[in-house]
Design a protein around this ligand. Structure first.
Ligand code: HEM
Length: 148
């Protein structure tokens, strides 16, 4: 049987967001304002303070690269977010709701509604995959572990 006429389920490549004012300078401001809020949050502030003990500037630049890659498709971020989060101690699944709510407030304060919803939708998707990597465990088999 020939399959050559079957449609190919290729992933749809997202295009760079092309909007006036949404450039690296804007993303840098968004990132800085977001982490300013995160750092003074009662629950998230101490988590970040434990990990980033010195100069915050390299983290802020890295996060600007990250968001430029996500939104503008610049490929400026080449890191691996999953291992950076899996190794964190003391993070609960519900902390992601706090993170997302601060991110959403910041985006809505700094840009128009439609642009903010694009940033928030991408953040939600990435948060979902980070949560899966950090917290998902297969349920235990009924009757306990299978003997070797
Ligand atoms: C409760 C939620 C979160 C916490 C507590 C958290 C915490 C952190 C911390 C402490 C670091 C620095 C790690 C290091 O320098 O070694 C980090 C890095 C990072 N975070 Fe998060 N994060 C959260 C959610 C997110 C979400 C939702 C995103 C994306 C939408 C994200 C994207 C990143 C990226 C790209 C890095 C840089 C990883 C690397 O290349 O080193 N984080 N995060």
């Amino acid at each position: 049987m020939r399959h050559s006429r079957l449609p190919v389920a290729a992933p749809v490549e997202e295009r760079p967001l092309d909007r006036e004012g949404i450039d690296r300078a804007f993303i840098g401001r968004l990132v800085r304002e977001f982490y300013r809020r995160v750092r003074r949050h009662d629950r998230l502030g101490p988590i970040f303070a434990r990990e980033i003990t010195g100069d915050w500037e390299p983290h802020l630049e890295k996060m600007t690269d990250f968001w430029c890659s996500v939104i503008l498709k610049t490929r400026s971020y080449q890191g691996r977010p999953v291992p950076a989060h899996v190794k964190l101690e003391g993070v609960r699944e519900g902390d992601f709701d706090i993170w997302l709510s601060i991110f959403s407030d910041t985006a809505h304060n700094l840009c128009d509604l439609d642009t903010a919803s694009i940033f928030v939708e991408r953040a939600e998707r990435i948060a979902q995959s980070l949560k899966l990597a950090m917290f998902f465990r297969l349920p235990a088999a009924p009757g306990g572990p299978v003997p070797a």
